[in-house]
Design a protein around this ligand. Structure first.
Ligand SMILES: [Zn+2]
Length: 237
């Protein structure tokens, strides 16, 4: 089984890992070789040297990182236009969201659980891409990875109430919400084109054989959402 759900995008490497991906990415900046081995992507070892994984804290904080980034940052969204650097976000039910602007050569990775969705972290990320990198939201491609869907994600009435503007299911009087769809709505409201949003419909709860699901199995493992711009070949050097 392929350990990755690969996304086709010219000029960038984008994938979501499954349980078959046998590697854990440390918090902070790390060498990318273990990730490339576990991904069967060793042919890219001269294109990617480092990987950055933030300390995720269910915030709406977005940071810009580079290969020189030294410290470990607490954040739930990361942006770079640096090449050779994988951005990584880890989840087990929460919504992983990757963004790519081919024209401006900039990428982002966002972790959006119910708290991040409530805080509209994707909106803040897009605002930072626009103000910091001149991104046109119409050009931005967005990839939403597997997450727990409204077939499985039972929440309290208090949490469901926070998302009262969005339709939600009820079973036996209990509300079930769909964070992936809510994030998609937030993306559309931020000017992302419908055709540029690629939503993986798989539910981590229903498919907990393939994905880690904190809700279904209380597993400690995590999946990674990874995006990177390859190092350019140097000519005349
Ligand atoms: Zn489900």
């Amino acid at each position: 089984m392929d350990p990755l759900i690969r996304q086709n995008a010219a000029g960038a490497v984008i994938f979501f890992t499954t349980k078959a991906f046998n590697c854990s990415i440390p918090v902070g900046l790390s060498d990318s070789s273990a990730v490339l081995r576990a991904s069967n992507l060793t042919s890219l070892s001269n294109k990617f040297t480092l990987c950055f994984q933030p300390k995720q804290v269910h915030s709406s904080k977005i940071i810009i990182v580079t290969k020189e980034t030294g410290q470990i940052y607490a954040a739930d969204g990361i942006i770079t236009n640096d090449t050779g650097l994988f951005l990584s976000i880890k989840t087990a039910d929460c919504v992983p969201i990757l963004m790519y602007d081919e024209k401006k050569r900039v990428i982002a990775a966002v972790h959006s659980g119910w708290r991040g969705t409530d805080k509209q972290i994707v909106r803040f990320c897009i605002e930072k891409l626009v103000s910091g990198f001149g991104v046109d939201p119409k050009e931005l491609k967005v990839y939403i990875g597997p997450s727990i869907r409204d077939c499985c994600y039972e929440v309290s009435c208090e949490i469901a109430g926070r998302f009262g503007n969005y339709p939600y299911k009820t079973k036996n009087g209990k509300p079930f919400i769909d964070l992936a769809s809510i994030n998609k709505e937030l993306l559309l409201n931020s000017g992302i084109q419908k055709d540029n949003i690629h939503l993986n419909a798989q539910c981590t709860g229903c498919e907990s054989r393939y994905f880690y699901s904190w809700r279904k199995r209380k597993e400690s493992g995590r999946m990674y959402a990874v995006i990177g711009l390859p190092l350019q070949n140097r000519i005349n050097q």
